[in-house]
Design a binder for this molecule. Structure first.
Ligand SMILES: [Zn+2]
Ligand SMILES: [Zn+2]
Ligand SMILES: [Zn+2]
Length: 350
């Protein structure tokens, strides 16, 4: 069998007569040009430049152990630096092995990506082993992730049983990876949950300021008239809840500073938190803002490590959210500050 690819193709019209043949396992002889092969692969270059016993003898390079068509696709690539998706889909793993053995990095990169995209439960374990043999770290990692994500079905495959019997170290490596991936996932989930909590607090802080400065549907500064058409707040999802909390705090019979009922306690914490992060206490219209600041200085409330951490986290959540959400305009008129006893007078509650 002989294939005559590189005599008359348009890209190779000016090439001389082929001076070498590549022999495949199926007995296919692919005529080629030693100059082209040597330029594309340093390994082939070495083979080509190796001294021969008889100068006149025909030059043949065997590339065995992979399907004939995969070798053809490989030689095609050496000539054109191109590889069809269809060939990649069919012979991706063979081309990966060939590009590794013959040191063709661009093709190797392409195969590594292509094979990773086509991973299945059936071949993931085999591809993982190939990736290790071919020193393809990206593909190796993708295989590990794929196996971790589809472990239930991969455990049922023949490739998995075979690997268990023949390469227990690899099995251990995979199980360890899955274990670490689980831990990572749990840590991420916990982190995300915490972040959303701090973000909620930070939003509640902004909302509190919005209610105390410009007023909203049912609560606002005593000297500001309510909007003509009070509808639900468009600015903050939490606005209604914070308004209810403010109303409760203003009217609750069990309210005592820092204590009393649980809702009052929450409002108290919100006010204290606001004061901790407020950078304009002199013009701030949020009740008790300045009082908390003064108290913190007098009693060194700031030494409370846990509270400090909370403030820091809310601030960082605020910083993160301000990158994503456009900042709202705020009126910052100077205002006199108010004492606890004035709290009821502070708000219009309707
Ligand atoms: Zn509102
Ligand atoms: Zn209460
Ligand atoms: Zn303030």
């Amino acid at each position: 069998m002989e294939r005559n690819n590189y005599n008359s193709t348009s890209s190779a019209t000016h090439l001389p007569v082929p001076d070498i043949h590549i022999l495949t396992s199926g007995g296919l002889r692919i005529p080629a040009h030693s100059g082209v092969l040597a330029k594309a692969s340093p390994v082939l270059e070495n083979i080509i430049e190796r001294p021969r016993k008889h100068r006149s003898s025909e030059r043949v390079i065997p590339i065995l152990g992979v399907p004939c068509d995969a070798v053809s696709a490989f030689v095609d690539y050496l000539y054109s630096s191109r590889c069809e998706e269809e060939q990649l889909a069919k012979y991706g793993i063979h081309l990966l092995a060939l590009s590794h053995v013959y040191l063709v990095p661009m093709l190797k990169h392409r195969c590594s990506k292509g094979v990773a995209q086509r991973l299945t439960a059936e071949d993931a374990v085999d591809v993982l082993q190939l990736a290790r043999l071919c020193d393809a770290p990206d593909l190796h990692l993708k295989c590990m992730k794929h196996i971790a994500a589809h472990f239930k079905s991969i455990e049922q495959t023949e490739a998995w049983s075979f690997m268990q019997d023949n390469d227990p170290w690899l099995e251990l490596e995979i199980l360890q990876f899955i274990d670490e991936a689980e831990t990572r996932k749990k840590r991420m989930r916990r982190h995300r949950k915490e972040q959303s909590l701090y973000l909620q607090l930070s939003e509640a802080m902004e909302c509190l300021q919005h209610i105390c400065t410009e007023g909203c549907t049912t609560v606002g500064p005593y000297d500001l008239k309510p909007a003509k058409k009070p509808g639900p707040c468009n600015n903050y999802a939490t606005c209604h809840g914070v308004q209810l909390l403010v109303k409760h705090f203003a009217l609750c019979k069990r309210r005592v500073n820092g204590g009393g009922c649980s809702r009052c306690k929450r409002m108290w914490q919100l006010l204290r938190l606001h004061s901790s992060i407020c950078d304009q206490p002199d013009s701030c219209r949020v009740p008790l803002c300045r009082q908390f600041k003064v108290k913190a200085q007098q009693q060194k409330m700031g030494d409370d490590a846990k509270w400090k951490v909370l403030v820091k986290k809310v601030l960082s959540a605020k910083a993160i959210s301000s990158l994503a959400i456009p900042k709202r305009k705020r009126e910052d008129e100077p205002r006199e500050t108010m004492g606890t006893h004035q709290f009821l007078k502070t708000f219009r509650l309707c």
